[in-house]
Design a protein around this ligand. Structure first.
Ligand code: MG
Length: 377
């Protein structure tokens, strides 16, 4: 079972204002169409992305070359453009989703709902039930109230089994305003799945502002810092950022005294505004005596996840004269990355001496400072 997504971007959309068709205007660093394309490209259920362009746009730099896309030229009507897209899907395709390029806030969840309904229906499309009272007006006056029961505002992506949709399109008049109308005219059943109020179709200049505000609200970033110190005492090794390093002395502490991992953990708690290690794992509680510090780190990462955040990157600096950190940096990044579910190229572990100044310079202990960025998906 393979599913293609056809992004229809062949319109000229002049009502939205600006010098470019609305689908090529920029929203937070990417074109409107690129936002939509990225959502389908990232969906595991989509095997092919087909982009339908206006003939004037094919040779332009407007459309994104990434993700990988099958590019076709649209026709004079929406139906003709969709038919051009359908003609370009891989022969093995069994289902297609057809989406307006001017709906940049489509989500994975919305695509999932349409795909799920296609398990039991020939077609499926998202829609939002009409909640406002509907009037019929003439000459600036209300002349009738329309019963809104059973009325929906249609959205995309509209999904279909490919073979019946191809037959429906070849029998279509070309005047239908969307693919559901084409499918229904051919007798296909089309399920309504819950739409998303945010999945707006950009039509007017005000719509750009509205969508931009929603994008800004949806994205959240948090930065936190952590600082920790542990003193040296008797021993023959230290734990630093999850790596055991032989040394003439050991760091003292209630847990394994991994000062680097503690700083990173506290940076995550800090970004969340949720206290620090001492609050979550009180030193007065004997169960944490000698505890491996990855327990704390994993707890902080899980707490971030439960708040809707993932760790974007980590930067940790160890302050010590000895031991030498350089030979262990790669191992530290790999170990912390494994505990955090993070690629090690998103983790930085570096070290500095303090030029023999202060407590770290006198080798009385080791300090660590860390910065972490958390992001929402
Ligand atoms: Mg500590």
């Amino acid at each position: 079972m393979t599913t293609a997504a056809i992004i229809v971007a062949a319109g000229r959309g002049t009502r939205a204002g600006g010098d470019l068709p609305k689908q090529w205007q920029m929203l937070r660093g990417q074109s409107v169409a690129a936002h939509a394309m990225a959502c389908f490209a990232a969906h595991p259920g989509i095997s092919q992305l087909v982009l339908v362009l206006h003939p004037d746009d094919v040779d332009s730099t407007l459309w994104p070359r990434e993700p990988e896309t099958t590019v076709v030229t649209g026709g004079a009507t929406r139906a003709a453009s969709v038919q051009a897209g359908l003609a370009a899907v891989d022969p093995a395709t069994t289902k297609v989703l057809i989406h307006d390029a001017a709906r940049p806030l489509v989500t994975t969840e919305l695509i999932d709902r349409v795909l799920a309904a296609l398990e039991t229906h020939q077609g499926a499309a998202p829609a939002v039930a009409v909640s406002d009272t509907l009037w019929h007006g003439a000459d600036g006056l209300v002349d009738a109230v329309q019963d809104r029961v059973g009325l929906y505002r249609a959205q995309t992506p509209q999904g279909f089994h490919l073979v019946p949709l191809l037959a429906a399109h070849s029998a279509s008049t070309g005047q239908e305003t969307d693919d559901v109308a084409v499918a229904r005219a051919a007798g296909l059943d089309v399920a309504i799945v819950p739409g998303d109020e945010d999945n707006v179709k950009i039509t007017t200049p005000e719509d750009f502002d509205r969508v931009e505000k929603r994008m800004r609200a949806a994205m959240d970033m948090r930065v936190g810092n952590g600082y920790d110190v542990h003193r040296f005492g008797p021993g023959d090794h230290v734990w630093l950022c999850g790596v055991q390093i032989p040394h003439a002395r050991s760091l003292q502490g209630h847990s394994d005294a991994d000062v680097g991992m503690h700083a990173v953990t506290d940076a995550i708690y800090g970004a969340l505004g949720k206290g620090d290690i001492g609050q979550h794992f009180p030193p007065s509680d004997p169960q944490w005596k000698g505890a491996a510090s990855h327990i704390f780190l994993e707890h902080a990462v899980a707490l971030a996840k439960s708040e809707g955040f993932s760790v974007n990157n980590v930067d940790c600096t160890l302050v010590c004269e000895h031991p030498k950190i350089g030979p262990h940096q790669d191992a530290m990044k790999a170990v912390m990355g494994a505990y955090m579910g993070l690629e090690s190229d998103r983790i930085s572990v570096k070290a500095t001496t303090s030029e023999k100044l202060g407590f770290t310079g006198r080798e009385e202990g080791i300090a660590a400072i860390a910065t972490v960025m958390l992001v929402t998906p």
